[in-house]
Design a protein around this ligand. Sequence first.
Ligand code: IMP
Ligand code: MG
Length: 179
Amino acid sequence: MKEVQLHDKHFELFISSEEILTKVADLAKKIEVDYQGKEILFLSILNGSFMFTSDLMKNITRQAEISFIKVSSYSGTSTTGRVDELIGLATSITDKHIIVVEDIVDTGITIDKVITLLNASNPASISICTFLYKPSAFKGNNIPDYVGFEIPNKFVVGYGLDYNQLGRNLDSLYELKNN
Ligand code: IMP
Ligand code: MG
C-alpha cells in the first residue's frame, strides 16, 4: 500500500516492512553482542511498541525475560499536579539489566519519566532501544542507546504507532502528507 487514510488525514509510505524487518534484526544482533553473559529483562512500553517488541524478540536467540508496562499520568490529590506511575511492572527489576523498548523517542519526555521511575528500583543497568528517534525534537536527558531509524520531525503512523488510535496494525511506516 502506497497511501492510507486515517480519520481526516492522508499518509504516504515512508519505510517499508522489508526495510523495517532488516533493521530490527540488526538491532537484535547488536544487543546480543553487547549483553553477552548478562541476563536481560526487556521492558516494552505499551501500546506503541507492541509490534516492534514482537519482531525484536523473534530475533533474540537467547533466554530473556519480557514484560510490558504502561506509563500513566494522573492528577494527584495534593497541589503537586500530575503524578506519573508505571502500570504492570509485576517482576522485580532490582539488580537486573533492563532494556526499555519504545516505539518512538520524540521530545524524550516519556522516556525520561520511565527511566526516573525505573531507577527508583535500583536495576543493575538500563538502556533504551527505540524503533524511531526524532533528534531534532529531542530535549530529554536520556539519549536512546539502540535506534532503528532516526527520522526528521514528521508525524508518522504504522508499525505500532497511531493517529488517534488508528494505524497501529500497518506493517510499514507512513508519514503525514502535507496537502
Ligand atoms: P515523547 O515526546 O518522546 O514523550 O513521545 C511521546 C509519545 O508521543 C510517544 O510515545 C508516541 O506515542 C507519541 N508520538 C510522538 N511522535 C509521534 C509520531 O510521529 N506518530 C505517532 N505518535 C507519536
Ligand atoms: Mg508511546
